[in-house]
Design a protein around this ligand. Sequence first.
Ligand SMILES: NC(=O)c1ccc[n+]([C@@H]2O[C@H](COP(=O)([O-])OP(=O)(O)OC[C@H]3O[C@@H](n4cnc5c(N)ncnc54)[C@H](OP(=O)(O)O)[C@@H]3O)[C@@H](O)[C@H]2O)c1
Length: 510
Amino acid sequence: MAFTHHSSPPPPLLLQSVPNSTQFQVDLQTGLGFDSISRTFGQPDVVVNCAALSIPRACETDPTLAMSVNIPSSLIKWLSSFTTSDTLLIHLSTDQVYEGTKSFYKEDDETLPVNVYGKSKVAAEEYIVANWSNYAILRSSIIFGPQTISPVSKSLPVQWMDNVLAKGQETNFFHDEFRCPVYVKDVVNIIQILSKRWISDGKKMGLVLNVGGPDRLSRVQMAEVVARVRGYDTSLIKSVSASSIDRGVKSPADISMDISKLIQTLDFTPTSFHDGVKWRETDLSSTDTQRYASEGWFMKLMEGNKQFVVKDPRKAHLFYMPFSTRMLEHTLYVRNSHNRTNLRQYLKNYAQKIAAKYPFWNKTGGADHFLVACHDWPSGKAWALHSGEPEFEPWRTHSGDTEASTPGYMAPYEMRHHMEHCIRALCNADVTADFKIGRDVSLPECYVRSARNPLRDLGGKPASERHILAFYAGNMHGYLRKILLEYWNGKDPDMKISCPMPPGVASKMN
Ligand SMILES: NC(=O)c1ccc[n+]([C@@H]2O[C@H](COP(=O)([O-])OP(=O)(O)OC[C@H]3O[C@@H](n4cnc5c(N)ncnc54)[C@H](OP(=O)(O)O)[C@@H]3O)[C@@H](O)[C@H]2O)c1
């Protein structure tokens, strides 16, 4: 697998998420860089061309540049330099090839773009059809999905709507521009299906497909879905006509697409806009809510805190390393891969960067630094089971069961190396699992049930209304609980000690 990049290299996080990938700098306008791919990589089986000048206003400002980047003549010239035409070219085109004067365009409807961007994409399609026989042209609608691994300069459509609505500010949305937004993971799946088909069948394609979601939606309707899913006030959405705003470029009104060819050819069921927005929300909330909220919660409180944070590092007693184990797992771990190389590499780079940048690290080898992490995450239990670097161990959850797909035990390696002296504040730490009494601390677990309203059900009644000094309910994990209960149980009426609570009650407890 290889990536190309143009002005700046692909972000390390992206490269690390595809182990053993190579990268090449290529300029589609001039063709510079293709030769080095031929020399080291050879002829690819599949090329996915996502490169483009894709902002319509930028194309309108510089049509010559738009044409020279968007028509992939240098790419096809390079492909033609190989002795066989055995490469499948999957080319990203756009719904903006259509004029926008009717609904549900089919692939063989006339293409009549209203702006330079659309014109350059039509010219690209024509160039490919005339010069390369093995192609799949994907006319994509607006692509939406979770936040990208690294920031992108364009504003992402759902994220933008989410941001303005979250601020509670009234915002204009067009009621007369219709699109069929497509979930980004569907686009990825379509590309995968096409690639696998070519590699297994070896039949040249010559395929043009509308790639959209199943819903024809105006921008108002999209904003309404985002508002409903995220719990925002829908009255903030002001419905206006697209003609009321000058965007410096013409935009087609209704380029909704008929996607029956996509569904039939690939036997594919696209995601609805509502589900895509909801999954995106789940993707986000699963990382910062539920029982894994403590580290994010700590970060948030530290950021807003004037009492414990100092600007002058010379006045600091301790240095906090503000990384989130949950976000690392979420962004870098390839589900079920059982491979944590990229997570380890990331942490190693992180620690080395801190050491290089700040002299404070080197004074104590990190002993005056602390990290806050999910329970068990940086424990050494797995390490103890292996003499070398652990490949994979299931990690223990609160209930004592195992989550075989969780990369929890990638951390011991770091704990034994780059971060071995750090103080660890672990949510609900397990003292049996390499917890060092005297160095490490346990952080109370907090169970955030709603990303939108994180304080819901937290904290309980004000102190003046509480009549019990302490309450304990639960199982007897570890050895400390037994010792503590020997002192507490039945000794003091203000200490209520209980067995494990029934499931209905336990799930509501914090
Ligand atoms: N995103 C959508 O909603 C959407 C909808 C319909 C169709 N599409 C199509 O899908 C494709 C990908 O869209 P996107 O949103 O990912 O676009 P994007 O964010 O604008 O990315 C375009 C990429 O093209 C690269 N590029 C620009 N000039 C280049 C050159 N001369 N040589 C080599 N690479 C160059 C850019 O690299 P640098 O930044 O380094 O220059 C950038 O990485 C495009 O063809 C677009 O037209 C996208």
